[in-house]
Structure formats: structure tokens, C-alpha cells
Design a protein around this ligand. Structure first.
Ligand code: 6PG
Length: 227
């Protein structure tokens, strides 16, 4: 996956684009980002011009900036602090140090995206929870159906911490490619249901698709319920 990620970004740059990527939290994404950084450090010539990639997050936990729970901190430690990114092209969701509540964070993040976004991501990376959640869109929660905003606040996340900000499905779907990064037997049921078209209120992952490609990058255990 790390190799595919680098090749995809390099191909977008070779085609003359300045790729926009949405990162995700989760343990699998972290391992992939770390591997991308390892490959960068051991390569003789970098395949990707990291300074010309625009970074976003599909969701974020609404906690202080330095909190270990931040998806931003995880991605910075795994990749962004280890490759020569342009800080003005890295757009984290505002933290609780920056704004008073998750609503204000969602509004500010949406405004940043209107200003610095390209109207479309080249690539959206998404982990998938055992319950089928993606970003911070959880089954049965109203945010799954929001279609008139770029980003929304979430206050009662079933997975801690409770306060979060998430891109909406319409925002995540403005993507050339969406990649679901899924590993482990505990995800097999959600993967099987997503790929058999379960309703989006039950399995939010069902409702996120790339314009050109939607890739499910699975290990054997996560794929166990596919025919
Ligand atoms: C969060 C996590 C979460 C994660 C999935 C997949 O905000 O609580 O980021 O959404 O992406 O649960 O996690 P794993 O990759 O660890 O399986």
C-alpha cells in the first residue's frame, strides 16, 4: 500500500497536478505512512516532490493540539515530519486550542478547504471501523446524511474521544480515488456488508466512492466474508 501510495502521488505530479490527499487516523494508516517515510529516507532520488502535495484529514478528534489522540499528530510523526513538506500546504482541522467547539472547527476547516482546496481530492484514504464507520461518520448518526456542508461536528462518537470533526460524504466523494485500508478479522463483517451494498446508515463506508476508483485494500482476514 505504501508503494502504491507513492506511485499514485508521483503519477499525479507527472500528469501536472498538485495532488490533494486526505489522510486518515487508525493504526493501519499509521503503519503505511511510516513505511512511506522509511522508503523516502532510504531512496537515492525521491519519487515524490513532497513540497507540492496538499495534505488534509478526513476527520479529526476535537482535542488540544498536542494531545496524542490527534490524527494530525500521528500523521506528522509517521510521515509529515520526515519528508520535506511545505507547511503552507498542510491543513489540519483546528484543535480545541484554536477554536471553542467542534462546530467552529468544522466551519473553519470548511472555509480553509474552500480557499485552498482544488474542488476535488486526488486521493482519500480511509480506515474502516468494525462497525463500518469511516472518517467520523458512525452508523445511525445524523452526520452520515448531511449533504449541505463540507465538514460537520460530531459530539457523541461511540469511539472515544466523543468530540470530533468529520468531512461529510459529499466532501469525501469529491475524490478521484478513495482507498479503504482494512486489516483484521474484526473488520470482515463490515467489509462484507459494505461490498454487498448495506444501507449507508448501517455501514457508512457504503456511501463513499471515488470518481475514478474505489479501492478496498484488504488483508486475507478482512476479506474473509467476500465470495
Ligand atoms: C478514529 C479512527 C478510526 C479508524 C478506524 C480504523 O478516529 O477513531 O481514526 O476512524 O480510522 O477505526 O482503524 P484501524 O486502522 O486501526 O483499524
Amino acid at each position: 500500500m505504501a508503494d502504491r501510495l507513492v506511485r499514485t502521488l508521483a503519477a499525479a505530479q507527472a500528469a501536472g497536478r498538485e495532488p490533494q490527499i486526505a489522510l486518515t487516523g487508525g493504526s493501519i494508516a499509521e503503519r503505511i505512512l511510516r513505511q512511506v517515510a522509511d522508503a523516502h529516507e532510504s531512496a537515492s532520488a525521491p519519487e515524490v516532490d513532497w513540497a507540492r502535495i496538499v495534505f488534509w484529514w478526513g476527520d479529526e478528534r476535537f482535542v488540544p493540539r498536542a494531545d496524542a489522540e490527534r490524527n494530525e499528530g500521528q500523521a506528522r510523526a509517521a510521515l509529515l515530519d520526515r519528508v520535506p513538506v511545505d507547511p503552507s500546504r498542510v491543513h489540519p482541522v483546528p484543535s480545541s486550542d484554536d477554536v471553542p467547539d467542534a462546530e467552529a472547527a468544522a466551519a473553519a476547516y470548511a472555509e480553509t478547504m474552500r480557499t485552498h482546496g482544488a474542488g476535488e481530492f486526488d486521493l482519500v484514504l480511509l480506515g474502516v471501523g468494525p462497525d463500518g464507520h469511516v472518517a467520523s461518520l458512525f452508523p445511525g448518526h445524523p452526520q452520515v446524511h448531511v449533504d449541505d456542508a463540507i465538514a460537520v461536528a460530531v459530539h457523541d462518537s461511540p469511539k472515544p474521544p466523543p468530540d470530533r470533526v468529520s468531512l461529510t460524504r459529499p466532501a469525501l466523494n469529491r475524490a478521484r480515488e478513495v482507498w479503504f485500508l482494512v486489516s483484521g478479522a474484526e473488520k470482515a463483517d463490515a467489509v462484507g456488508r459494505a461490498l454487498s451494498g448495506a444501507p449507508v446508515e448501517e455501514i457508512p463506508a457504503t456511501g463513499v466512492r471515488g470518481r475514478e476508483a474505489t479501492r478496498w485494500l484488504l488483508d486475507r482476514e478482512a476479506a474473509a466474508h467476500l465470495d
